[in-house]
Design a protein around this ligand. Structure first.
Ligand SMILES: Nc1ncnc2c1ncn2[C@@H]1O[C@H](COP(=O)(O)OP(=O)(O)O)[C@@H](O)[C@H]1O
Ligand SMILES: [Mg+2]
Length: 327
């Protein structure tokens, strides 16, 4: 029972934020869907959310959930949402533009904000940071009991979280140097009183930003509230990917729920007519299952390869039954 998804969840009754990592195409979105349906079936108010620029929830659910939290048909009250990342990016650009403009004016620098804004927002990290912001917004809004996030493939998810640490450090540095600059200015100023009374809006902004990041980091590293699950196939590369991934997460102190093995070929159906092709695949899977069992502390679920792609709630329910056997 300990090494099962059900057992894990029973041991973590306060779990609120779940994520799925693994190589592309291994079934992260499918598992997120199955997990979210399970929570909803348990009567918990659940949101299945995607903050990736490339969404797949509408496709998985066979229902449009883009831009607005939408109740999933026949989904035990589950809501799903694909966040419009482009809108967030535009909003962030506007915010950055305002802040840069304010700063340039404050520092008396006669330059157009636009150049800074372009260089700040043209890099791929910006998109990730927008995704991260979206996730934080959802969590802070606190409208659901459980959040199941369909995360981006491996490296992105790690950076997303690693970023929270980097953000914190960066903001602390900024705060420190702003404080020093301010103190120096006050010391040098003849109109001491006035300077002292004047609030530094950038300082205020940075401080509130850091608090938000700190709060987030606390949530993301709290193993009673948060868990990352890793999905793999019984193949070399997907296993190698999550081995590395788990190592990183250990380093970041991010709580690891366990591993889900997906697309296992059901060998109870093999007979003398089974083709060599299938027999070879089954053999291969046996080898990799041994490797997985040796490498991973907790394999929480094994899901069979279904005879069709997983699309629509009835199919997701099949995966859910495999992930939570006997329910
Ligand atoms: N157990 C399964 N049986 C059959 N098809 C599956 C299974 N798990 C996933 N799939 C299919 O594999 C493809 C990739 O799954 P997906 O969840 O989109 O992967 P990821 O999100 O990791 O990129 C999809 O077409 C999905 O329907
Ligand atoms: Mg996916």
């Amino acid at each position: 029972m300990k090494n099962s998804m059900k057992g894990f969840l029973e041991g973590h009754p306060g779990l609120r934020y779940t994520y799925f990592g693994g190589k592309g195409g291994v079934g992260k979105t499918v598992m997120a869907g199955a997990m979210a349906l399970w929570f909803a079936q348990q009567g918990r108010k659940t949101l299945l959310a995607s903050t990736n620029p490339v969404h797949s929830l509408s496709n998985l659910l066979n229902q449009n959930v883009f831009g607005k939290a939408t109740e999933v048909d026949e989904g035990y009250g589950l809501h799903a949402l694909e966040i419009d990342t482009r809108e967030t990016i535009e909003r962030s650009k506007t915010e950055i533009r305002e802040k840069v403009n304010w700063f340039l004016k404050f520092a008396d620098i006669p330059t157009k904000a636009e150049d800074f804004v372009e260089s700040a927002t043209m890099n791929p990290a910006f998109e990730e940071s927008a995704m991260f912001e979206n996730m934080i917004d959802l969590i802070v809004a606190d409208q659901y009991e459980v959040y199941v996030f369909d995360t981006a493939p491996t490296a992105n998810a790690r950076r997303l979280l690693g970023m929270s640490k980097v953000y914190g450090l960066w903001v602390d540095k900024m705060l420190q140097s702003r404080k020093e600059a301010r103190e120096t200015r006050i010391k040098l100023s003849f109109r001491k009183k006035k300077e002292e009374e004047q609030e530094d809006p950038l300082l205020t902004y940075l401080a509130s930003f850091r608090d938000r990041i700190d709060q987030m980091r606390e949530l993301l590293t709290d193993d009673s509230k948060t868990a990352f699950f890793f999905v793999t196939l019984l193949e070399s590369l997907p296993i190698a990917v999550i081995k590395r991934f788990i190592g990183w997460f250990h380093d970041f102190g991010i709580p690891i729920g366990g591993v889900i093995v997906n697309e296992v070929i059901d060998d109870s159906q093999l007979d003398e007519n089974t083709t060599q092709f299938v027999l070879n695949r089954v053999e291969m899977q046996k080898r990799y299952l041994e490797e997985a069992q040796q490498s991973f502390e907790r394999i929480l679920g094994m899901v069979s390869l279904l005879d069709n792609e997983v699309k629509g709630v009835p199919m997701i329910k099949k995966v859910m039954s495999a992930l939570f056997p006997g329910s």
